[in-house]
Ligand binder design. Structure first.
Ligand SMILES: Nc1nc2c(ncn2[C@@H]2O[C@H](COP(=O)(O)OP(=O)(O)OP(=O)(O)O)[C@@H](O)[C@H]2O)c(=O)[nH]1
Ligand SMILES: [Mg+2]
Length: 250
């Protein structure tokens, strides 16, 4: 992950290395990576405590580019915004396109442009939560940068990582990018309306995902056509209520 590409370092100093690393350089890279992750984990823990105290149910949506994360969020907000307060943090290397799409629904959204970095980090999320003034007892959706590798190692303080896999990407992805499917608690197989047109074996995909993560939950949906969307809304509403209850009973 980022120890390889170096993206967790100060972005302005970011460079890709195309030469062989000496033994000493490799050790230094490993050390930098460990320091970065432990620093990130401390911020993530602070975020997690904040979310628990304020009854905020936070999900970290991860996937390769274009699997349908923003579409899923837009359709979810349209269905649930009368019932719950919803805020969205959008992570992208460039542009505010996704935050603009979310704001068009009326929900509050903040875009974090990560520049060369290929994932969000817990420190930026803490600031974004303050800037967005995320309300108590709300649903906070965090859309990570489209990348099936780097975001897996960065805890943001979320309740769950949700990995979105679209059927155009191939049913073997849970095995090939196993860290991500291991880190996620829910896999959403999206774009099932396209199943008649692609060679995607749903059963194989589910078996591969369970192989790397026996406890992973799985939903199959179409975010654009609405297939099985109620199952997703039911899953989400139940969790938002539960988080709110924990706060109210504390
Ligand atoms: N057929 C079909 N298309 C979908 C579905 N969900 C999303 N799409 C399309 O897939 C494309 C990418 O969707 P986005 O929501 O932008 O995907 P994303 O994961 O947010 O993309 P990045 O933020 O760039 O990683 C768009 O053209 C959507 O209309 C679906 O369920 N079925
Ligand atoms: Mg998006």
């Amino acid at each position: 992950m980022c120890g390889i590409c170096g993206c967790g370092q100060n972005n302005s100093e970011h460079t890709h290395h195309h030469h062989q690393h000496t033994h000493g350089e490799t050790e230094r890279l490993v050390k930098v990576e460990q320091d970065l992750l432990s620093k990130n984990n401390r911020y993530a823990e602070q975020n997690r405590q904040y979310f628990q105290q304020h009854g905020i149910f936070a999900l970290n949506f991860v996937s390769s580019p274009g699997s349908g994360k923003t579409t899923l969020l837009v359709e979810t907000i349209k269905k649930l915004q009368q019932q719950f307060a919803i805020a969205v943090i959008e992570g992208d290397q460039q542009t505010t396109h996704d935050a603009d799409r979310i704001r068009a629904t009326g929900a509050a959204a903040l875009q974090i442009n990560t520049g060369k970095a290929c994932h969000l980090d817990a420190h930026s999320i803490g600031h974004a939560v303050t800037d967005l003034k995320v309300p108590d007892s709300s649903f906070l959706a965090i859309e990570n940068v489209g990348n099936l590798v780097c975001p897996s190692g960065f805890d943001l303080g979320e309740a769950h990582k949700v990995v979105v896999l679209s059927v155009t990407e191939g049913d073997d992805k849970p095995l090939k990018y196993s860290d991500m499917f291991h880190a996620a608690d829910l896999m959403i197989i999206n774009k099932i309306d396209l199943l008649p047109y692609v060679d995607f074996d749903v059963e194989h995909c589910i078996n591969y995902a369970k192989q790397v993560n026996p406890n992973i939950e799985i939903l199959q949906i179409s975010a654009t056509k609405g297939d099985n969307f109620d199952a997703w809304l039911g899953w989400l509403s139940g969790h938002i209520f539960a988080q709110k209850l924990v706060k109210d009973c504390a």
